[in-house]
Ligand binder design. Structure first.
Ligand SMILES: Cc1cc2nc3c(=O)[nH]c(=O)nc-3n(C[C@H](O)[C@H](O)[C@H](O)COP(=O)(O)OP(=O)(O)OC[C@H]3O[C@@H](n4cnc5c(N)ncnc54)[C@H](O)[C@@H]3O)c2cc1C
Length: 357
């Protein structure tokens, strides 16, 4: 038997920050993750945008989350020697006169994060647009493409990684903690993203997973210092690659790339971008979103051996570092978890789940 403090299931952005925080808190752990190049964190653009939706309202807790994310990515990036997060403000082309009016109205109500640049002709050489653009700043791009593999390599080099699918039927709860195969631990922490829909301990939580797709395009002509948006976002990746997406589908048959998304998105991009580009990839994944749009953080209300960090929806890059801190502080120092995020608010639903297992 290997005896450790924690088993962590899943190495997306949630599991990564949990593992990193456990390492910093000198807690021993084993990470179990099935390699999946199409998990949510590996398909995401990595954008942190402080405003959202057609009404351009500020996202939940954004001032606190931005401040926290800046520090958390800087620290993790330094440890892994990766440039983890860079500022890339968002240039948002208005797709209609109504959206232009909505932006101006919002700017008059609350100008935080929004501006209406005087030079509305600036991007005429690169893009076709009819109704001007606004700028959202600061926005950030998280370099998930380098961060996640770098952290995985660190966990692997420390002999803490098991690359396989976690088999729920082999998990035993004991008075002291859990056992799984030949591992004994104080607690198990599930960071399994949309995989939680198959997790017997948490599948009854009110998840509202939705599917998102993106194209990866190659262009030598597009600016790389900003994220551009016109219905779709165009976010610079490494070199001359750009991420173009995304869709939000609540009624989906599978989590695979679809021909209809590709057709629609290619048509939109060719109408919008003036220079030639090549499509190099097409990705799809499920966002682990929740009905209340609040994450699931903390200890299972009926099984103190089991914990969760999940439900990040479309905002994993800003929410995960903050709530991974709360979760690990809770586990190690018994610090409180924000009530709105604490999974114990689902005591009744999770009680039902436990009884039917
Ligand atoms: C198209 C798209 C674009 C997005 N863009 C952004 C964006 O720009 N900014 C942003 O903040 N968020 C974005 N998101 C949302 C973001 O991706 C998620 O919020 C975040 O990645 C969720 O992270 P997670 O760690 O909870 O889950 P995941 O990233 O899904 O990680 C879960 C991990 O657990 C593993 N796993 C699951 N079940 C098991 C099992 N039984 N055994 C072993 N391993 C298991 C999986 O293989 C995976 O590695 C986007 C999502 C999509 C789909």
């Amino acid at each position: 038997m290997t005896t450790i403090d924690y088993v962590v299931v899943g190495q997306g952005v949630c599991g990564s920050f949990v593992a990193w925080n456990l390492e910093k808190a000198n807690q021993s752990f084993i990470m179990i993750d099935k390699p999946d190049p199409l998990s949510s964190s590996r398909v995401a653009a990595g954008i942190i945008n402080p405003v959202t939706g057609r009404r351009i309202v500020q996202t939940w807790m954004i001032d606190t989350l931005l401040d926290h994310a800046g520090k958390a990515y800087a620290q993790l990036g330094e440890a892994l020697d990766v440039e983890a997060m860079t500022q890339k403000n968002s240039v948002s082309f208005f797709p209609s006169p109504q959206m232009l009016q909505a932006f101006i109205g919002r700017l008059e109500e609350d100008a935080a994060y929004l501006s209406f640049p005087a030079d509305q002709e600036k991007y005429r050489n690169q893009f076709r647009y009819d109704f001007g653009y606004g700028e959202i700043s600061p926005c950030y791009a998280v370099n998930l493409a380098e961060l996640l593999p770098a952290l995985r390599a660190r966990i692997k080099n420390n002999n803490r990684l098991i690359e396989e699918t976690f088999d729920h039927s082999l998990l035993q709860l004991t008075d002291e903690g859990i056992t799984y195969k030949d591992i004994r631990a104080k607690k198990i922490i599930f960071c399994d993203g949309a995989g939680a829909m198959h997790n017997p301990w948490f599948r009854n939580l009110p998840f509202a997973c939705n599917k998102g797709e993106a194209l990866i395009i190659k262009s030598d002509h597009l600016p790389t210092d900003k994220v551009f948006k016109k219905s779709l976002s165009l976010a610079p990746l490494a070199g001359n690659l750009f991420w173009a997406g995304s869709s939000y589908e609540w009624d989906f048959q599978d989590d695979k790339p679809s021909a209809i998304f590709r057709q629609k998105t290619e048509k939109h991009l060719r109408e919008w971008i003036k220079s030639p580009f090549e499509i190099t990839d097409h990705l799809a994944s499920l966002r682990p979103a929740t009905v209340e749009r609040k994450p699931f953080v903390g200890i299972h209300p009926h099984h103190p051996q089991i914990a969760i960090l999940n439900g990040m929806g479309a905002k994993g890059c800003s929410l995960a570092p903050y709530f991974a801190d709360q979760l690990v502080d809770h586990l190690v120092k018994n610090a409180p978890i924000m009530e709105e995020a604490d999974v114990s608010r689902f005591r009744r639903i999770l009680g039902k789940d436990a009884r039917t297992m």
